[in-house]
Design a protein around this ligand. Structure first.
Ligand code: 4NP
Length: 153
């Protein structure tokens, strides 16, 4: 069992998209029993709020639901519990380090660092461009799953 936590600033756009895309990829690969997947925020800004409607629509357009998900803030206990803490951008990394103190077990990485061309996941909050986020998230999650499958073998 590998436990994966996706993290962004608000936990209403990028990290829930990654959470539910990853759950779909894992389900399609018939590996649901081998993974536990969740997402969380670095900030308290959106705690308790559901997935932002345009992000929810983008998932729905691709046949992926996200019912019941509400934003929560990451804690130090999450760092102990999860095996992989996957941040969406460099700013998330700074905030995560503030929450956890230090990544002494080397669990924290950037989603797109698992692809051949590392960059921050496109942030749709100010641009409204959820297509760009979708493209990054699907590519990043596919690459991450390939890596984690190899760890499981
Ligand atoms: P997310 O998007 O981090 O991808 O969930 C944001 C959501 C809320 C805010 C910023 C980004 N905010 O400033 O409240």
């Amino acid at each position: 069992m590998q436990k994966v936590l996706f993290v962004c600033l608000g936990n209403i756009c990028r990290s829930p998209m990654a959470e539910f895309v990853m759950k779909k990829l894992v389900s399609d690969a018939k590996l649901t029993h081998e993974f536990e997947i969740a997402s969380a925020a670095t900030s308290t800004e959106e705690v308790g709020n559901p997935v932002y409607p345009p992000a929810k629509r983008k998932l729905a357009e691709n046949g992926i639901g996200c019912a019941g998900k509400t934003a929560r803030q990451m804690t130090r206990a999450d760092y102990e519990y999860y095996d992989h803490i996957i941040a969406m951008d460099h700013s998330n990394l700074r905030h995560i380090n503030h929450i956890i103190g230090s990544d002494d077990r080397g669990k924290v990485s950037l989603l797109m660092d698992h692809t051949p061309h590392p960059h921050d996941v496109a942030d749709p909050w100010y641009t409204g461009n959820f297509d760009a986020t979708w493209k990054d998230v699907t590519e990043g999650c596919s690459a991450l799953l390939e890596e984690l499958k190899n760890i499981n073998q």
